[in-house]
Design a protein around this ligand. Structure first.
Ligand code: ZN
Length: 349
C-alpha cells in the first residue's frame, strides 16, 4: 500500500512521512479512524514507507510530500503482508481452545485485507470468516505474540513491527500483558495500533501511545447534517462567485472565508471535497444526487459541472489548500489561490 492510493488523507500521510524522515518514530503509535476511511491502509502505507529502501520525495509544491517506491523487495513484502518482521494482530473468534490467536486466522486475514484493499471492516471480516461475530476479541495469547515477536532479533536487520487492528477489542488480560512492552519497548520496534474508537481503550494503553487522528472522510462530511447546515450556504455563495470571477466581489468573499478560524476553514474545504465527490459520482453513474446545500437551484444545476475532466484538478486544489492551512499558511492567500484554481477547473468541464 502506498500513500498515493489512500483517498482524502493526504495531510495525515504528510505528517507521517515527516515523522519518519526526521527520525522521530515513536515506539507505540495509534492511528485513530474508521477502517473504511483508510486507517488500516494508512498503517500499511506507513510501514511500507518506514522500511522502503528507495523513498520518493516530491517537491514542496506537491500535495503528497513523499511516498514509498512500491518496487523494492521490502515494499513488495509489506504490500503482500509477507514481511518476516511484520506481525499483525486482530480480533479473532474462539475455536474451543484457550491458545487460539490471530495467528490461527492469518491466511484468511491476509486474503481479506488484500482482496478489500485494507478497507474491510471487522464485521465484514467476521462474515468473511463465517463465524459468530460477537465473540471476536484480542486475547492474552495475541498479546504474548506481540511481546515475543518484538523481543526477537529482526530477520531483515531493520524494524520489528506489529500492527494491532481494533485494539479496542482487547480484553483486560491482553492489555495487561502489553503494558510493559509499551512502557519499555525493545530497540527498533514499533507497535502501531489502528483504532476506530479510542474511548473503549483502557486509559493505561491510551496514555502510552502517540495518537494520530485521520481526517473524517469527505464523503461523510457531505452527508453530515450539521456540516450541511453550517457550510452549505457559504459554499454555494462562494462557488457562484467563482463562476463570475469579478475580482472585487471575489476578494470580499475570500475575506469572509479567511475570517473563519482555521478549524472552520478546514471543515468547509473538507465539506467541499465531499460535495464535489458526490457530484462527480452522480455525473459518472448517471444517477441523481441530493446535495442538500439549502439552495435547490444550485443543487439541481451544479452536479453536472463536475466531470472526469476536472474532478482531479478540483480535489487536488482543495487538498493543497487544506494542507497549506494546516501548515499555518496565510489563509487569505491560500483561499485566493484555491479560488483561481477552482474557477479554472470548473471551466474545464
Ligand atoms: Zn520501496
Amino acid at each position: 500500500m502506498q500513500f498515493k492510493d489512500i483517498v482524502g488523507q493526504q495531510d495525515v500521510a504528510n505528517r507521517l512521512t515527516e515523522i519518519i524522515d526526521s527520525g522521530r518514530v515513536s515506539h507505540a503509535q495509534l492511528l485513530l479512524g474508521d477502517t473504511r476511511e483508510g486507517s488500516l491502509q494508512m498503517a500499511f502505507a506507513y510501514l511500507q514507507y518506514l522500511c522502503c529502501t528507495d523513498r520518493r520525495h516530491y517537491g514542496p509544491d506537491a500535495g503528497l510530500r513523499a511516498d514509498s517506491c512500491g518496487q523494492c523487495p521490502s515494499c513488495k513484502k509489506i504490500a503482500s503482508l509477507q514481511h518476516p518482521d511484520l506481525h499483525v494482530i486482530f480480533p479473532n473468534p474462539p475455536n474451543g481452545s484457550t491458545s487460539v490467536s490471530a495467528a490461527d486466522y492469518m491466511k484468511e486475514f491476509q486474503d481479506f485485507v488484500l482482496e478489500r484493499q485494507a478497507l474491510g471492516t471487522l464485521d465484514e471480516f467476521n462474515l468473511w470468516l463465517d463465524r459468530d461475530v460477537k465473540t471476536s476479541i484480542i486475547r492474552e495469547s495475541d498479546a504474548a505474540t506481540v511481546v515475543q515477536s518484538l523481543g526477537m532479533k529482526a530477520y531483515e536487520g531493520g524494524w520489528k513491527m506489529v500492527v494491532i487492528w481494533m485494539p479496542e477489542k482487547m480484553n483486560g488480560a491482553a492489555a495487561n500483558e502489553l503494558l510493559k512492552t509499551l512502557e519499555e519497548p525493545p530497540a527498533q520496534s514499533l507497535i502501531l495500533m489502528v483504532c476506530e474508537n479510542d474511548e473503549r481503550l483502557l486509559s493505561t494503553i491510551r496514555s502510552r501511545v502517540q495518537t494520530v487522528r485521520l481526517r473524517s472522510h469527505p464523503v461523510s462530511a457531505a452527508a453530515d447534517e450539521g456540516m450541511r447546515e453550517q457550510y452549505g450556504p457559504l459554499l454555494v455563495e462562494w462557488l457562484r462567485m467563482l463562476f463570475k470571477l469579478k475580482m472585487k466581489e471575489l476578494s470580499t468573499q475570500v475575506d469572509k472565508l479567511a475570517g473563519l478560524g482555521r478549524e472552520q476553514q478546514k471543515q468547509l474545504l473538507n465539506y467541499a471535497l465531499g460535495v464535489m465527490h458526490e457530484c462527480f459520482m452522480a455525473t459518472a453513474t448517471g444517477q441523481g444526487c441530493v446535495l442538500g446545500t439549502g439552495d435547490a437551484k444550485f443543487d439541481a444545476m451544479f452536479p453536472a459541472m463536475i466531470t472526469p475532466n476536472n474532478i482531479e484538478l478540483i480535489q487536488g486544489a482543495l487538498d493543497d489548500a487544506i494542507f497549506a492551512i494546516e501548515r499555518n499558511a496565510n489563509g487569505k492567500i491560500a483561499l485566493m489561490e484555491l479560488s483561481f484554481r477552482l474557477s479554472k477547473a470548473l471551466k474545464k468541464r
